[in-house]
Design a protein around this ligand. Structure first.
Ligand SMILES: NC(=O)c1ccc[n+]([C@@H]2O[C@H](COP(=O)([O-])OP(=O)(O)OC[C@H]3O[C@@H](n4cnc5c(N)ncnc54)[C@H](OP(=O)(O)O)[C@@H]3O)[C@@H](O)[C@H]2O)c1
Length: 280
């Protein structure tokens, strides 16, 4: 028995066995899903070794069609640019009647998948983010109308193996999601990078600066996990009037950080819309 409801006896197939697929597979195995229930089509021999290191009983398929023909849940874990070719391969292929297709490819709309696999295909589109690779990801899911409650629960459980997961019911929101949690880790990395540089300018040895910045980021993130408290309240709680934090924040406000971030997220959202437009 696994700790995931409804997953016992289910075969989960992956097309693409790269970083994200391996993160999900690691999570499934960690939740007690037997490796023999997992089938992966992956062209790269190096990746085969990595996959088998996750679970020796995991099955490697010779072709994408082999995976699609039997999987109850079919995870498309390929790069977006590879998706048209893979969908072309799967078009018209015999697949299990109530197969759930889960796509984690950034920017590929559900309609692109149902156009190839049939409009009545149960498709869940997932937008994960990079910290999924360390089990602290944020995944946002949206379902096609054909997805039933049991499949919704399965998709959510699958995404939650790499961190937190939640649903939106309007696919157009995925562009905003991409701007916030999809691209978001990079914003925090930039902030940490700049803080490390500034710390070095203040004379701190690089090794110490790294540790101070990263542990402080972790502590702030962990404090902010309590969503009953506003982050503004947290900020105020470390900002004494006339103190050091207030001096730093005043410089950031004067430099227009608020407006810069608002414009940055808008640019990411707009770029996501642009990339999601059908070619031609
Ligand atoms: N990594 C992230 O931080 C992140 C965040 C959000 C969303 N995503 C999405 O997650 C998806 C997977 O990303 P990833 O980082 O896991 O990429 P990845 O590590 O490159 O994994 C994709 C795997 O698919 C294989 N592949 C290529 N063509 C194939 C085909 N025709 N049939 C079967 N397998 C094929 C690739 O093999 P080769 O190496 O031989 O090409 C590679 O091993 C992407 O669509 C990405 O948009 C990733």
């Amino acid at each position: 028995m696994t700790s995931i409801d409804g997953i016992d006896g289910i075969d989960i197939g992956f097309i693409g066995g790269g970083n994200m697929a391996q993160a999900i597979i690691g999570g499934l195995l960690g939740a007690g899903v037997p490796a023999a229930r997992l089938l992966v089509a992956e062209p790269e021999a190096d990746r085969h070794r990595q996959l088998l290191a996750l679970g020796r009983e995991l099955r490697l398929a010779a072709t994408n069609a082999d995976v699609a023909a039997t999987a109850d849940v079919l995870v498309l874990a390929i790069k977006p640019q590879v998706m048209p070719g893979v969908l072309g391969e799967l078009r018209g292929q015999q697949r299990p009647a109530r197969q759930l297709v889960v796509s984690i490819a950034a920017g590929i709309p559900i309609a692109t998948i149902t156009a190839a696999l049939g409009t009545d295909t149960a498709v869940v589109r997932v937008m994960p983010n990079q910290p999924a690779l360390v089990g602290t990801g944020m995944s946002v899911l949206v379902a096609s109308p054909a997805v039933d409650a049991r499949q919704q629960a399965l998709a959510l459980a699958l995404a939650a193996t790499t961190g937190r997961a939640l649903w939106v019911d309007d696919e157009t929101l995925m562009d905003a999601v991409t701007a916030v949690s999809g691209s978001g880790p990079a914003y925090f990395y930039l902030l940490m990078e700049l803080m490390e540089e500034a710390a070095a300018d203040l004379g701190l040895p690089a090794g110490i600066a790294r540790t101070l910045v990263r542990q402080t980021a972790l502590g702030a993130a962990r404090s902010a996990l309590d969503e009953s408290r506003d982050v503004a309240e947290l900020r105020r709680s470390v900002t004494s009037p006339g103190g050091t934090t207030a001096a730093a924040l005043a410089v950031m406000e004067q430099a227009g950080l608020r407006d810069t971030l608002r414009r940055a997220l808008l640019a990411a959202r707009d770029r996501s819309i642009e990339l999601g437009r059908p070619v031609g």
